[in-house]
Design a protein around this ligand. Structure first.
Ligand code: AMP
Length: 131
């Protein structure tokens, strides 16, 4: 079920539990600011989730409230993950769902990193406004 990406942080969300080691993950990267692991239901040949170690419900929360050092550290970690996975080149796509219209399911900010082959159109053409 989609979440609104706003309000109080739920420390029982699944990514908080992964960060605490209560639930296993297929880890690909970890540093002081971020943890990256394979998505359990991949939608591309490479589908990795990168999450900050701090408690932020969504991109909106992270962008508005995280200290600058955490924001810089997190996005540098995303770049490091892409390089580590051998995606720079040939390229990759980043996506972060925020709120109900996006279909965000897990209320802990995360970036999806997709790659491993041509990824197709950014969004479904039928969603674009008529020209
Ligand atoms: P979102 O819709 O942006 O909130 O994406 C949540 C993502 O988390 C989905 O792609 C799920 O497949 C993924 N996911 C949910 N539970 C787990 C888990 N235990 N380990 C890895 N990925 C998960």
């Amino acid at each position: 079920m989609a979440v609104d990406g706003l309000g109080a942080y739920d420390p029982q969300n699944i990514f908080a539990r992964i960060l605490r080691g209560e639930i296993p993950c297929r880890r690909v990267f970890e540093d002081a600011h971020a943890l990256a692991f394979h998505d359990i239901a991949p939608r591309a040949p490479v589908h990795v989730l990168v999450i900050p170690k701090g408690a932020y419900v969504s991109f909106a929360d992270f962008a508005a409230t995280a200290p600058d050092a955490e924001i810089a550290g997190f996005f540098r970690a995303v770049g490091a993950v892409a390089r580590q996975l051998g995606l720079e080149p040939p390229g990759y796509r980043l996506l972060s769902n925020m709120g109900a219209d996006s279909g965000q399911e897990v209320p802990h900010f995360h970036v999806h990193l997709f790659g491993g082959g041509p990824l197709g159109p950014m969004l479904l053409p039928e969603l674009a406004p008529a020209a």
